[in-house]
Design a binder for this molecule. Sequence first.
Ligand code: SF4
Length: 346
Amino acid sequence: GPLAHKTDSAEEAGTPPELAGVSAGAGEGSAVLLRRKRVLAELSPLERFRLRYLCVTDVCGQAWCELQVVYGFELPHVPKREEESPEVKAGASIHLARELEVHDVVSVSAQSREDRWALKILNMLSMLPILQAGGWVRELPVFGMLEGVFLVGVIDELHYSHKGELVLSELKTRGLRSLPGRAQERSHHFQVRLYKLLFDSMVRGLLERDAFVQSLNLRPEQPLGSGVMEHAQKLGLHVHTFGGVLELALMTLSYSELPAIDVLKIEYCHQGTSDAIGTREVSFDEAGVRAELRNHLSYWIGQREPRGVDIEEAWKCRSCSFEEHCEWRRERAENATASNRTKRFK
Ligand code: SF4
């Protein structure tokens, strides 16, 4: 069926209401500065960046370098090296080509936050019958509360194997004709494991209305914009408000007989030729994944400071967009100079 595009990420970024009136203009007194610092310190990063949810890709980015993800929110104007790379562009076009094999992508205009969420939910709803009938789906939106934080992601592909197992397949494009190193692989594995956690809890009927209304602060009574309403009608769904879409989704999921995901796979392919490089099957241990997730989320809920890369993984900084801004890196360089100086004096 036709599939509406697309997701937004930090849609609610901006100045937190708590900081309104705390100006940062010229001639600002030190008391104001102090107050600003204190307010910032009291807010958790989720509140400070005004994020009501996190994207799975952000949480997985933390497995690569947490501080890099944080700088992505703090310094949104620094151009991203990885976004500009031909590898990423080629990856996006391979993804789209694959998606077009199974869906017509249509663009639907969204007029409100509720409209944007309704589109994600409608996309997901339009794919459930296909999966139920044993078909393939691509770009399936998944979301839900995990460990107290609302997470959102998009599963590249779901299909059934010849043995009847439900297989998740994640496509990764590579500039080199080789499989990724261990550090990158770790983050990829975590990504597909989180997708499984989200999908499984959705088909088990564990999504809750409150998560949308309270955590995401969406208004159920908000009427759908005309574009979204027409799109829903084309899918055979007669809904008029965001709450209507939500109820329908919760009901469909709680009556769905879809299985949990049985197999997690990552397919690596070459960016230039789209040739397959190799496929990796990923193990799953729910307690382990949840523990890793809690560790990442503890930064977002304000339990600890963000961390940069380990010293033995400092090579990651060479491809980082924030290399010149990074305090972690600067401190390390200063420590290294200080210890060199000490050595010289000895
Ligand atoms: Fe992380 Fe290194 Fe980038 Fe700093 S420079 S954000 S430590 S990857």
